[in-house]
Design a protein around this ligand. Sequence first.
Ligand code: HEM
Ligand code: HEM
Length: 188
Amino acid sequence: MWRNGSHRYGLVSISFHWAIALAFVALVGLGAWMVGLSYYDPWYNDSLALHKAIGIVALALAVSKFGWRFADPRPGLAPDLKPHERAGATVMHGCLNALIVLVPVTGYVISTSEGAGIDMFGLFELPAVRGMTEALRDLAIELHYYLAYAGIALVAVHAGAALKHHFIDKGSTLKRMLNPRAPSGRRG
Ligand code: HEM
Ligand code: HEM
């Protein structure tokens, strides 16, 4: 139930997936909205503070997810996928897994490169990175921007593929990511 089987996702992996998915989509929305606010908007400062703190939570979830894999290896892809779908899913999952680390890390570099730490919901402060050059900060700004928006395009393809496989091909992938007791889709 909690742990993955050879062809099933357990509750821990399912919870990581949906928590990270929700955080990623919400952070792109929040990020796109906040950069359009004027200096006089009441949300000008708070929206960025919230974006940073939730972004760090997303990073912590991603790192924990990778850590959890050592204790609980991932199941294989659903056996009812065709070879080209398996290849596509493997590449897509690799890209998404890279993005859920790279986007918040570049955000952290942008935010702390001038020496200020990150206020985590008023509970504690994360220290700033030291020794950051102007060039590295500019690179982080570019990467944060392009990777976040490329990420949301990839998520649209990823979610579209999951929905197509569920509703049109009547496959098992989405059920596996929603219910740890779902049939595995294994033939025979
Ligand atoms: C918003 C709607 C989304 C839907 C409907 C969805 C659906 C799914 C499904 C069905 C799988 C299981 C594929 C399999 O059988 O192996 C999966 C896996 C995966 N998804 Fe999503 N997903 C969504 C959003 C996201 C987002 C926003 C991210 C990250 C930015 C993400 C990252 C991943 C990764 C990395 C995997 C591979 C398994 C893992 O490493 O945890 N997904 N997704
Ligand atoms: C998965 C996590 C994250 C996502 C998806 C994300 C997404 C975004 C997006 C879409 C923007 C707007 C870019 C634009 O249109 O110019 C943005 C801006 C920004 N984000 Fe994030 N972000 C994440 C995490 C973080 C973290 C952890 C921090 C800092 C600790 C951070 C700091 C910033 C800053 C400072 C900006 C403004 C950059 C500028 O004004 O050019 N982000 N983010």
